[in-house]
Design a protein around this ligand. Sequence first.
Ligand code: GAL
Length: 352
Amino acid sequence: MKKLLALAVAGTMAVSLAACGSSASSAPASSEATSEAATSAAESAAESVTEATQGGKVGVCIYKFDDAFMTTYRNALQEILEGKGYEVTIVDGNNDQAKQNEQINTFVTQGVDALIINPVMTSAADQIISTVKDADVPTVLINREPTADQMSAYDKLVYVGCDAAQSGTFQGELILDTENKGDINGDGKVSYIMIQGDPENIDAQLRTEYSVKALTDAGVEVEQLDLQRGDWDRNKGQEICQNDLAKFGDQIEVVFCNNDDMAIGALQAIQAAGRTVNKDIYLVGVDALDAAKNEVANGNMTGTVLNDANGQATQAVECMEELLGGKTYAAGEQSVYVDYVKVTPDNVKDFQ
Ligand code: GAL
């Protein structure tokens, strides 16, 4: 039964499993090149893992439960781990690094077999890595990527996430794919506002940079009307967009949001201001939350980018099991990426 489940999950996540199952890559996997080998690697990896490493105690630290995307991710992790027979404890860091440090210490004292940690602050990675290394606990870091140098301090440590630059590029491409390439008023430039996540976070930094870079690389002139931090939060997304619409009005042609929850907030402000997405304003997010997929399908968002919570959770558990099985990671090979995918009105049904 468990084996069947593992194989079923492996089948859907063939490319990702290959990254952990054979050699971890420091660049996003190319799906075409690897898919066939990946399928068999995934199957044999899942088979051996299922037989070898079922059970055990796993501690999971999430930076805060009150985050829409991390809620989806957390639920996926719990389902996969429990489905494989692990005893799982998941704790809420409440966006407080000191609290999370205590939680990690408590897990260590309790003698967990492995940890999966979504750090509150990337800048705390050194301390987290030193704690798990001293306690010799195999650890998978997720969602907030430390530097390769930081990770090299401990060879039973791996990071599972996505290449944030890719999601930014995809957001820019969603705008380039519109009929006027984002230049709704035809004045020769794309005027946008940027609603950023937590600026300490590499996802926020790279999405902000690469979404705009996709436009400029395509020769499109851009004008940034505003950039504000919305901390991944729907209410803040709504407030920022509302204020900007009051200030800049029709000048705003594109609203870039570093994630969907802020985009859903921005959509409320756009609708309240009497503007119409895809007619007189464009709106893009990242994550492909259910709410965002519905808005893409209804034409109220220009598009989003799938941040594959199930894929990353599957990959994180796969890497954890490999660590439990004795695998170590060489410096420079400790990041494993799952691909982002563009979600548009044309393909959104495939994701619903
Ligand atoms: C991002 C995600 C955001 C937020 C953030 C937390 O990858 O797109 O919605 O969850 O992680 O670090």
